[in-house]
Write a new protein. Sequence first.
Length: 83
Amino acid sequence: MILTDPLPSQLEFLKVEEVAVLLKIKEKTVREWIGRGELEAYKIGKEWRVRRDHLDEAIEARRVGARLAPPGGLWDPADPDQR
């Protein structure tokens, strides 16, 4: 049997403060993500904890893919809107 989920002993739990430091954002933003359900978290005692693998998944979900540059670079002389 192959396990895809990490074993409980292998899980890393981060405090809200640690998530904020890692992402260089405010703790308030992390708490808002948790409140809106955008970041899975566990209430342990009085503190929220975020599993590291859930944080990685949430960050990956926010990734914006690169877009191809329009033809002609920054200015396309063939585009009548740029004349």
